[in-house]
Design a binder for this molecule. Structure first.
Ligand SMILES: [Zn+2]
Ligand SMILES: [Zn+2]
Length: 294
């Protein structure tokens, strides 16, 4: 498998990705301490989270990596732009890495399994964020995401990853400034709607990769060690039903039981209802029953 070399620039980029949002959380804690957080800041945090997170969960993951439903090209591009604003890697890299994860889950070749040769804690760190430094963006896209590489629009969005990340910081800055009328309001908007939001959603998705193969419940016979994490269902918009997802990777809905909250699955149903999604992949109850663990 041809793998692009790991450059110092890429390592530096991952350091920025991990430490800048963390610094933002530190700043936010200081603002909280001084009771300098406004309702506008918290609204910006929630609004940016709700805007960007489905770009990853519905867009990058269920649509582009797994083709769990069909939609218009414009919707694909829109979701790819939103997902890029989550600062979790460019769209083609993300999809190629993720397909390799499914192809080798918890075996040799899995870019982020928490079951490695090292101690449990070290392996968990590797699956959570350490893998970014060694494996992120190194899957061969020609082999694992050829249809995205052939799409000029998708290549454009992939190449615009850095400007889109900056845009996802500029939006809460501009909105905070406009709503408060002060530069300070813009800066606190940037901290909460930009950095804190990036930090929270990073570690929610990273936790699906690490804890979602480590702790939690299993239901089906799968060759990997994936688990469902109910407590992470709301912030991950349903992605933490990760064991269900490994059992049926193409299923548009990951919360397979009525009580398994899956906001991304609900969003796809909504898109279908309004005519923006079709060929939505559903797993019949009989097929689920056949795969139940004894
Ligand atoms: Zn997994
Ligand atoms: Zn997946």
């Amino acid at each position: 498998m041809a793998r692009p070399p790991l450059t110092a620039g890429k390592v530096a980029a991952h350091l920025v990705v991990l430490t800048v949002p963390l610094a933002g959380v530190g700043l936010a804690a200081g603002l909280l301490w001084n009771r300098a957080v406004s309702a506008t800041d918290l609204v910006l945090l929630a609004a940016m989270y709700v805007l960007v997170a489905p770009g990853i969960t519905v867009g990058f993951h269920r649509l582009l990596a797994h083709r769990a439903f069909g939609t218009y090209r414009a919707v694909e591009y829109g979701l790819a732009v939103l997902g890029s604003m989550a600062m979790q890697g460019s769209v083609i890299d993300w999809v190629a890495d993720h397909r390799v994860h499914h192809g080798h889950a918890d075996g040799p070749g899995d870019p982020h399994s928490p079951h490695g040769p090292h101690s449990a804690l070290r392996s968990l760190w590797h699956a959570h964020a350490g893998w970014l430094f060694r494996h992120q963006g190194r899957a061969d896209a020609r082999r694992h995401a050829p249809e995205l590489l052939e799409d000029p629009g998708m290549r454009l969005i992939d190449g615009a990853f850095v400007p889109l990340t900056l845009l996802s910081l500029a939006i809460p800055f501009g909105a905070g400034w406009a709503l408060s009328g002060t530069l300070r309001g813009g800066l606190t908007g940037l901290v909460w709607g930009g950095l804190v939001r990036l930090f929270l959603f990073h570690h929610v998705i990273f936790s699906v990769n690490s804890l979602g193969h480590f702790a939690g419940r299993r239901r089906f016979r799968t060759a990997d060690r994936s688990t469902n994490l109910a407590w992470l269902a709301l912030p991950s918009l349903g992605e933490s039903w990760h064991h269900n997802h490994h059992a049926f990777p193409r299923s548009a809905v990951h919360g397979l039981r009525w009580y398994e909250l899956d906001v991304s699955g609900l969003l796809i149903r909504l898109l279908e209802r309004v005519g923006l999604a079709w060929n939505v992949v559903r797993i019949a109850p009989e097929r689920q029953a056949r795969k139940l663990a004894a």
